[in-house]
Write a protein that binds this ligand. Structure first.
Ligand SMILES: [Zn+2]
Length: 167
């Protein structure tokens, strides 16, 4: 009888171990830093835009007219946000994309500041303010993600793709 119990115990331990491996861990780890830490990591404009919801002046950022092949990622936490082949010339003076790398990387908030109703977009991982999304973009989405250059960094890749993007 003792032996049987041991066998049952061992079997259940093995089952538990097995089940654990099958579960894909959901990454809910947010990047959270203090104001002082962000200030140290970012330059003045990057801090103002991403942590204080500021906006750089049109045609002053480094990416509004940037056309190289590659991936744009969050300046605060490094999450890849946009691919160069979704960037288009919107004529508005800020880098504009018709969609993010995927649905998870960006979170939308209703923004009623400045006497307007707009949809703010932030980095899901670290809550960095990126810009706004407007319903006047080109096909296939009809959306225009109007993003501050100060909130993103660029890296060149020969074949930017969703698969090449990293969290
Ligand atoms: Zn981020």
């Amino acid at each position: 009888m003792k032996l049987n119990m041991a066998a049952i115990l061992m079997a259940s331990v093995a089952l538990t171990a097995c089940a654990k491996e099958e579960i894909t861990p959901v990454d809910t780890n947010k990047v959270v830093k203090s104001e002082a830490e962000w200030q140290e990591q970012l330059d003045e404009m990057q801090y103002y835009v991403t942590r204080k919801k500021g906006t750089e002046r049109a045609y002053t950022g480094k990416y509004w007219d940037h056309k190289e092949l590659g991936i744009y990622s969050c300046v605060c936490c490094g999450t890849d946000l946009f691919l160069s082949d979704t960037k288009f010339d919107s004529g508005c003076g800020w880098p504009s994309y018709f969609k993010p790398v995927n649905d998870e990387v960006i979170t939308e908030h209703r923004d009623t500041s400045a006497g307007m109703v707009r949809t703010e977009v932030v980095c899901t991982k670290c809550d960095a303010h990126l810009g706004h999304v407007f319903p006047d973009g080109p096909p296939p989405t009809g959306l225009r993600y109007c993003i501050n250059s100060a909130s993103i960094t660029f890296r060149k890749t020969d074949a930017p793709s969703e698969a090449a993007a990293k969290e």
